[in-house]
Design a protein around this ligand. Structure first.
Ligand SMILES: [Zn+2]
Length: 228
């Protein structure tokens, strides 16, 4: 049983989309498994073995386990077979919470949307005993989605990652093969800085929910809804 299982499509997606959040959760002693659906073999830069090493080095910084699946880069579609691959991972690690890319709207890479959709389906299928009946079922407590640069209108939750920005930066620095054309580290820090303004913190990263959030005591969230 792990606390968080985070699905990314290409090695570095998790770092860019929710690396600061993962660093914060790791600091809170949460156990984390980072799962990349591909090794980014269609990327213009970096070989699969380089991408694996970069991903493993980043995960090591926060004590997370990194797993690479065998989906074909740039050919990811929401299929039943694909969903089953994710079900197997969910049943193996039994996470409380699943993180995945956004599953709807536009994305800078269509693989990301397919990954998000399959993660949502697999989260549900993982509890169905007649799907892959040889593997014990597992019901995650929930699923949240990290966002891309063009998804700020969909923010449901902002996580203050200011104290973990250095660790996050080191995680992103592991992916030197991906810094050939754009300085993604600077780009991501600038985006996190913009999000941080919304909660008056230096840096934040955002999540969105797929399902309504049940609340018993409104006072437990009242401070979080405070206008700045
Ligand atoms: Zn990607």
């Amino acid at each position: 049983m792990v606390d968080i299982l985070a699905f990314g499509t290409h090695p570095d997606d998790l770092e860019f989309g929710c690396g600061g959040i993962l660093a914060k959760m790791a600091n809170q002693k949460k156990s984390i498994v980072m799962v990349d659906l591909t090794v980014g073999e269609k990327s213009s830069h970096g070989t699969p073995s380089e991408r694996r090493k970069e991903g493993e080095a980043s995960a090591k910084l926060i004590g997370a386990k990194r797993v690479f699946l065998d989906f074909p880069d740039a050919e990811i579609y929401d299929t039943y077979e694909g969903r089953l691959k994710l079900v197997k991972v969910i049943r193996e690690y039994k996470p409380k919470l699943i993180l995945a890319p956004l599953w709807k709207g536009e994305s800078n890479h269509p693989d990301h949307l397919a990954c998000g959709m399959m993660a949502r389906a697999a989260c549900r299928y993982a509890r169905f005993s007649k799907i892959l009946p040889d593997l014990p079922t597992h019901r995650p407590e929930g699923i949240l989605h990290y966002l891309g640069y063009n998804h700020d209108g969909l923010i449901d939750f902002l996580i203050d990652i200011s104290d973990y920005a250095d660790t996050w930066k080191k995680m992103m620095e592991c992916f030197q093969t991906q810094m050939k054309t754009i300085n993604y580290i600077d780009w991501n820090l600038r985006h996190a800085s913009q999000l941080g303004v919304l909660i008056n913190k230096p840096y934040a990263q955002a999540l969105t929910k797929g399902n309504p959030v049940e609340i018993d005591d409104l006072l437990t969230i009242s401070k979080a809804t405070q206008e700045i």
